[in-house]
Design a protein around this ligand. Structure first.
Ligand code: GTP
Ligand code: MG
Length: 530
């Protein structure tokens, strides 16, 4: 598996761990910690630099190659070499080279990002020093991941050097040969030298070795082949380190462990169950719609009637008749539906609660106290007092009541008006010219006088009876009207409250449904990990 893939896997698991809803917080924390440790291990493995040693005779171009790889002058070339018997180690800023440094090495930092993942060991030239420090070279070369033997056209065939190489290479698995300064040769000369070199190497049992020929000074294409070869080796090295750190295995073991802990089949079953319960809950709506108000408040109809009565505008004789009539009739409004079992809602919701109990005990569910029955009871408690229900109706019927108020005035005034006409003598209609304050006062006086005469008394008693009759009629009419209106409002209110109750119950159950949906998605994601 490539390091990129390993990295993607770790990131995917990390993301999954942070976002999943299935694991308990405690478990999540444990796994997130594990993931962080693994990431640190992975990064350390990725950052382990590839150690490349450049060995060769003096002036063959080792330092020039180092500079070319770095893309800048990080190494001093020819004759300016500061240490003639030490290996100069070029490493990126704070790379962990210090752990491997010893008395044979001089450490040299650089800031070239392009080669931050490799460490270059520049050996002292073998012709003057290598043989003197054979042991040192053997020791240092053991640390190397790759040995690059650099030669120039004039020095490639040195037998002692080739012999030395075959000895060194026994302890190294990765090596290559570089013929530098090919710009000083013709093309066919380069091919000739390479062919000759192959033969020499084979004679010394050095076979299947890559040989690169280029000019480090001119940066020709073959130089980039060499650079790419090194970087490829660096990729392989990274992978080897990751394999050594056993990261892939650890991921597989952990994902297996998590899979074992999560019962995806059970979660799918839970989701099914919950959806069924939600459908079941929806049937509650149609069952309860008619009688919810009765369960919530058995006196609701009376309360609505009273509320409407208070809102009605009466003139006092009719108001009095309305009240007296109400008391006489002992107005107790009959509920519009037959007797219902108030306990059936409880039983219904209890069944749903029981069905969702095992889901709520799952560690991933944060709110483990979802009870539809409690929600239902709480809702009912809220509207238990009938006086709380009536205001929900608002100022319904105010316009009708204003119309009724005008009607009362008209009906009550007509008999009074007729009575006044009668008592003032309708046969003696005054002429327009004679109407004035004087004649008005005379008319009033005559009416008062007539009240004490038998004809006046009869008129007043008749008026009284007529007014009482009208009052009773109007009050009775209004009673009927309010009774019908109350029933209508009762139905509307019942539907409205049922809807509110359903919204409340749905809101309570929805988080669980959402959780189950997400849990199933998390399961699918988990199973998709390689
Ligand atoms: N023409 C040509 N000259 C080169 C090339 N590479 C290096 N040189 C020159 O060869 C000389 C020696 O180069 P260095 O890089 O110092 O060689 P070195 O192997 O580091 O030498 P020491 O550090 O003394 O062992 C320098 O003058 C370079 O400019 C090349 O490809 N072509
Ligand atoms: Mg040098």
């Amino acid at each position: 598996m490539s390091s990129e893939k390993v990295k993607q896997n770790i990131e995917a698991i990390q993301l999954w761990l942070q976002d999943n809803v299935i694991l308990s917080d405690e478990r999540k924390e444990q796994y997130v910690q594990w993931c962080e440790d693994l990431t640190a291990k992975f990064e350390a493995a990725c950052q382990t630099p590839l150690k490349i040693g450049l060995i060769g005779g003096t002036g063959v171009g080792k330092s020039t190659i180092i500079n070319s790889l770095a893309g800048a002058e990080i190494s001093v070339t020819h004759n300016e070499r500061p240490y003639t018997n030490k290996v100069i180690v070029y490493h990126y800023l704070d790379s962990p080279q210090s752990q491997t440094a010893n008395e044979h090495m001089i450490s040299c930092k650089h800031d070239r990002q392009d080669i931050s993942h490799i460490i270059l060991f520049d050996f002292p030239d073998y012709d003057s020093h290598l043989f003197e420090h054979r042991q040192m070279v053997q020791e240092v070369s053991k640390q190397l991941d790759i040995i690059v033997w650099v030669a120039s056209p004039e020095k490639y065939a040195d037998q002692a050097m080739i012999h030395m190489m075959s000895e060194l290479l026994q302890s190294s698995q990765n090596y290559c040969f570089v013929l530098n300064k090919t710009d000083q040769l013709q093309q066919d000369e380069t091919a000739q030298i390479i062919g000759h070199w192959h033969i020499l190497l084979r004679q010394n049992n050095i076979i299947e070795v890559p040989i690169f020929s280029f000019s480090a000074l001119n940066h020709d294409n073959t130089f980039y082949d060499f650079q790419n070869w090194l970087f490829k080796k660096r990729g392989e090295h990274e992978l080897k380190e990751i394999t050594r750190a056993n990261i892939d295995n650890q991921i597989q073991l952990k994902t297996k462990q998590i899979r074992q802990q999560i019962d995806c089949k059970k979660i799918a079953q839970m989701r099914n169950d919950l959806n069924k319960q939600m459908n079941q809950l929806n049937t509650f709506d149609s069952i309860r719609q008619k009688d919810i108000l009765e369960i919530i408040s058995p006196d609701a109809l009376t309360a609505i009637h009273e509320y409407l009565s208070i809102q009605s505008r009466f003139i006092w004789p009719i108001g009095l008749s309305f009240n007296v009539m109400g008391r006489l009739k002992q107005v107790r409004m009959k509920n519009p539906v037959n007797q219902v079992s108030t306990g059936s809602g409880d039983i219904f919701l209890k069944t749903i609660d029981d069905a969702i109990t095992h889901i709520q005990t799952h560690p991933g569910v944060s709110d483990s106290n979802i009870s539809l029955l409690d929600t239902y009871k709480h809702f009912i408690d809220q509207y238990q007092d009938p006086r709380q229900i009536s205001p929900l109706l608002g100022k319904i019927g105010l316009i009708q009541s204003t119309y009724f108020w005008l009607k009362q005035w008209v009906f009550m005034s007509i008999p009074v008006f007729l009575c006044i006409i009668y008592l003032s003598g309708i046969d003696q209609v005054p002429s327009v010219e004679s109407i004035g304050i004087g004649s008005f006062l005379v008319g009033c006086f005559q009416i008062i006088v007539k009240l004490f005469q038998p004809e006046g008394l009869v008129a007043m008693i008749s008026l009284l009876f007529i007014e009482i009759f009208i009052s009773m009629q109007l009050a009775s009419q209004w009673h009927k009207k309010l009774a019908k209106k109350s029933q209508d409002l009762y139905q509307i209110l019942s539907r409205y409250l049922c809807k509110q109750l359903m919204i409340t119950l749905h809101d309570r159950l929805q988080p669980l449904i959402d959780w189950a949906k997400q849990a199933q998605l998390d399961c699918d994601k988990m199973n998709a990990f390689d």
